[in-house]
Design a protein around this ligand. Structure first.
Ligand code: F6P
Length: 325
């Protein structure tokens, strides 16, 4: 019986368990033995693994997080670490490793593949939705809806107190989550790293103009959605309060966006990506990442994905402005 491995080495995302479950069951149906390596790359450095039988992955499709756990693993970035990981793959006769994560996980997988010769198949799962090669990552829809639910509640108190709220969402480097959340909740302003705007230099005058204009039109509250990568949101809150005379409050949604039961969409993506990933193992030795492109499940070479930055549709910012008059 051939063996494949599964690992979730980076930041967790809702839907990862659905992907683990689907890989294990689809691979089992193709007569593979499936080993789940625990705590990210540490699991390969320490040969810590679980045999993922169809029963071992029962009752997890609805659970956020990753049953394999994850851990940031600096030793993996050393020559000795890669050699230890290669040895674990070899002694377990792993033919291919399914890596469920974001671009950082795929960069590590690509390096390990060069050392070990083991094929890596990436399943994009991150709430940031910033993986080149897929329109959507597992977990993005869940984080989007978690943030929407939280901000719809914030809007109630913003209206009651006629306050301006700055809501910081996740996205250390990219603004996909902030942009989609902002449109979905009707934000007056959306700030994302791609605008080349950090809090100090960001368009404070434009933001103040929008809020003051709205106030004159009788719109006394406003929601400003900011991706965490833009900068220090408490500075921004102070600046806006100073320039508008309004009461301004800051709400940082934080890690709640990383958890929760995955939405149906996240679970469906996880299952379809997993099926594609297992089928690719039979078809190619080249490292790939699976993805959703124009409604179709597809794949691209991993080394293209990790070298290419995914573009963001900045025209959505114009749409947000039109919608928030
Ligand atoms: O990459 C996903 C993500 O949630 C980012 O949005 C966030 O900035 C980062 O992970 C947080 O990383 P950590 O869990 O290591 O604090």
């Amino acid at each position: 019986m051939k063996t494949i491995g599964v690992i979730t080495p980076g930041g967790d995302a809702p839907g990862m368990n659905a992907a683990i479950r689907a890989v294990a069951r689809i691979a089992h149906s193709r007569n593979f033995k499936v080993l789940g390596f625990e705590r990210g790359w540490y699991g390969l450095l320490t040969n810590s693994k679980k045999h993922l039988t169809p029963r071992a992955v029962g009752g997890i499709v609805q659970l956020g997080g990753t049953m394999l756990h994850t851990l940031r693993c600096p030793p993996f970035e050393t020559k000795e670490g890669i050699e230890m990981a290669e040895k674990t793959l070899r002694i377990n006769n792993v033919e291919a490793l399914v890596v469920i994560g974001g671009d950082g996980s795929f960069r590590g997988a690509n390096e390990l593949s060069e050392k070990s010769g083991v094929t890596m198949i990436g399943i994009p799962a991150t709430i940031d939705n910033d993986v080149f090669g897929t329109d959507e990552t597992i977990g993005f829809d869940t984080a989007l809806n978690t943030a929407i639910g939280a901000i719809d509640k914030i809007r109630d108190t913003a209206i009651s107190h006629e306050r301006i709220f700055i809501v910081e969402v996740m996205g250390r480097k990219r603004g996909f989550l902030a942009l989609h959340v902002g449109i979905a909740i009707g934000a007056e302003v959306i700030l994302i790293p791609e605008k080349g705007c950090d809090i100090k230099s960001c368009e404070i005058d434009k933001i103040v103009h929008i809020l003051n204009t709205n106030s004159k039109k009788g719109k006394q509250t406003g929601i400003i959605v900011v991706a965490e990568g833009v900068g220090n949101t408490s500075d921004l809150a102070e600046d806006i309060a100073k320039h508008t005379g309004s009461e301004v409050r800051l709400s940082i949604l934080g890690y709640a966006q990383r958890g929760g039961s995955p939405t149906g969409r996240s679970r469906l993506l996880a299952s379809l990506f997993a099926e594609k990933a297992v089928n690719l193992i039979f078809k190619t030795k080249e490292n790939q990442i699976v993805g959703l492109k124009n409604g179709e499940i597809s794949s691209i070479p991993m080394n293209i994905s990790i070298k290419t930055q995914k573009s963001i549709d900045l025209t959505l910012l114009e749409l947000a402005e039109k919608l928030s008059i």
